[in-house]
Design a protein around this ligand. Sequence first.
Ligand code: ADP
Length: 267
Amino acid sequence: NPELRLHLRLLPYSEDFWLLIARDITNTMRVEQMRRDFVANVSHELRTPLTVVHGYLEMLDEGDDPQWAPILEEMRRQSLRMTRLVEDLLTLSRLDAGEGLQDEVVAMAPLLAGLVREAEALSQGRHHIVLEDTAQVDLRGANKELHSAFSNLVSNAVRYTPDGGMITLRFAHETDGGVSLGVHDTGHGIAAIHLPRLTERFYRVSNSRSRESGGTGLGLAIVKHVLGLHGARLCITSELNKGSQFVCRFDADRVLARKPLTYARTS
Ligand code: ADP
């Protein structure tokens, strides 16, 4: 049976014998695949109507009646949140499907500069944003996915840090020959009890604050998945009311010498 999937475990039984336990997981995997396909299909089907609704909401103006303004604003906010949710679900489905990621040169100088611009746009001058790039190397991996992972960390840092706080992006060498990209904030912080579950899908520390922030509860699940596909790890440390650090650690085999930027000359 080409579909047969077995889970094998080899255990020491006595001095001379080993025990081989084979469990048939064909059905479990089939059900899991059906669940994934279902989520992917539903998300895909929701995408178009949501885009239409959001588009029309953007076009509607409040007219003469001021009581419509807050209602329309809330409808736009919620439709944007739903759109984000659908996009995040589709991203996770794509990652789950395990379609091979691109193996590209990820030029870190423009990527980091882009992340700083994103942070500034989200923060709108409410935070102090700092970039420390001491590694001066590039990475080998998938540009789009890594960008979306880092971007999630940056947007969290901005959303969970009160005005006046500081957000630092630190790209640095590690002692083992690898590199790390850390997003450090001086925000609300997270109690230790939540840390092990933070990258689970839809896990949120404080529902009201997270919902207000416009998040989907899927951001860190995406980050962990993308890093896993690059053989990298996400290390989270945090202290309540002091701030958090989300550090992505890449092994040495992902590190490439950085090429100097070349500029096209215009005459
Ligand atoms: P969300 O879309 O809700 O932000 P995430 O998966 O990105 O979902 O994050 C999960 C939860 O982890 C968030 O709801 C929030 O409670 C917490 N969190 C994430 N990043 C930070 C941070 N930088 N500071 C404090 N809490 C954070």
